[in-house]
Structures are given as structure tokens and as C-alpha cells.
Design a protein around this ligand. Sequence first.
Ligand code: FE
Length: 223
Amino acid sequence: MDTSALFKLSYGLYVVGVKTETGLGGCIVDAVGQVAAGDSPLASLACMKKNYTNECIKKTSECTLSVLSTDVDPFVIGNFGFQSGRDVEKWVNAPHTIKDGLPFLNNACAYLRLRVVNALEFPTHTLFICEVADAENGENPAKPLIYGDYQATMKAAVGEAFQKFKEAGKPSQDCAAANAVGGAKWRCPLCGYVYDGDIPFERLPDTWKCPLCGVGKESFKSV
Ligand code: FE
């Protein structure tokens, strides 16, 4: 059997967004399909069982899908695909918008909000069947990225971009620039430390603490 034949199934690449117990999580998936159309559209989403995102979808019964475009920053795919939400807060590295508590990747082709109505367990994956609770076209006019094209033309760039991120400890230039939009300063009420990081203060995880005295993020005051 030549499993590369499966790359010719023309599904895309998507960033899934979920709520976790302490913040936001997500991962890259490819096996997404439409199950029913009409007034009550349904979608299927297969997610690896070992992924933290899978656990979060089961707990919350909801997630978002951001449809990646052909011009997506390769770092975004590495960020969501090559590390675990158990270890890192992936969304702080990627420009995003939070709607009703769930994250969407900025500059995607399209956005879906999904509510799980059924789930089937397989040895490696859970197949979630979901109601499409909301759907919108994105601001990005580029075509959706097809999984086979990713395999053929983008995979090496994604590996390189992620390697650079691991070495530099910060996101790609494009993501860092998009993340930096906004940027009021925030001060620790106890020790006076002023946060001056690349990631806007609002996007730091709720578990973030003052690096000098350990005061929680929620106590910081905007200056
Ligand atoms: Fe402090």
C-alpha cells in the first residue's frame, strides 16, 4: 500500500481552537469534511487522541476551525503542529481574535465554529461530528491550502520556520509584528515591574505572573 495516495484527497489544513482549563489550546488538523448541507450543516473533524486539543474538545464540546490559506506563514503550522498545548501556550505566538471565548487565527480564508453532537473512537483518532454553529469568510482572499500541496511544497519551510523559533525563542517576524499591534504598557502593583514583551499583555496566558515578584497577571494595571 502507498499511503501517499491519500495525500491526493483534497482536504485542507486547519487550525483548531479550544478552551482549556487555564486558557486556550489548539492544533493543526487536516481531516475535516462536510457531512450535511442545508439549514443544519454538519462537519466532521478527526483529531488525534494523544493531542491535548482532543481532550479539550471532549470536555467543552466546542471548537473553532480557521481555514489556512496558501500564503500562510509556515511558522503558524509549526507552532500549532509541532508542539503540545500541554507544554506551551500556542496562541500567544499567533495573531488571533477571541470571539465568545474561543480563538480564531487572523488572516485565514474562512472560519467555522463547531459544536460536537457525536463522537466515534478509533485506535488513533476521535471522529467528531459537529453542528456548524457559525461560518464566515475570512479577510484573506488567497485560496485555501490543500493538504497535498502542503506535503509537496511547504513541509520543508514549516520545519525550518519551527527550528528558527526553537533557536530564537520567539515567533517568526510576520507573526511577531502582527502580535505587537496594540501594546498598552502594564505595571505590577507590588514591585513596579513594567511588562515590555513582544506579545501584547492581553494575550499572555492567565497563568502568567510578574517575573520579579510573582504577582498574578490579573493584578497588573495598565499605564
Ligand atoms: Fe511584581
